[in-house]
Design a protein. Structure first.
Length: 112
């Protein structure tokens, strides 16, 4: 398997309020409870389960930080906060390592 190069975003953990976004090069499609993620430099397709699909939907909105995504998983799947936070952090890290996820600085309201 050819792995895409690690991005700077994947090498360093994001700031706590960083916004999760799809990497510029990723192609994706959501079909029901499954998301299909493709990085053009990799020879692999990533399919997500129901939880991963919710996470990917939120990532595609380009406005949620890790804590907000974990809170959505906690609410939707009725898991405890610690489990949701750990699972989301692990999954987002996996996506970043694969070159599928980037992190953006949050836009501060009132900024000129």
């Amino acid at each position: 398997m050819i792995m895409p190069p690690m991005t700077a975003e994947a090498q360093h953990p994001p700031l706590p309020d960083a916004i999760a976004c799809p990497a510029h090069t990723v192609a994706s499609r959501i079909m029901g409870d499954t998301a299909l993620l493709i990085h053009p430099q990799a020879d692999e397709i990533k399919l997500t389960n129901e939880v991963g699909t919710l996470v990917w939907r939120l990532v595609c909105e380009r406005r949620h930080d890790r804590a907000a995504i974990a809170a959505a998983v906690e609410a939707e799947f009725e898991v405890d906060a610690a489990t949701a936070e750990a699972d989301v952090a692990s999954f987002l890290n996996e996506l970043a390592q694969a070159g599928l996820l980037a992190w953006a600085s949050p836009v501060k309201s009132g900024a000129v």
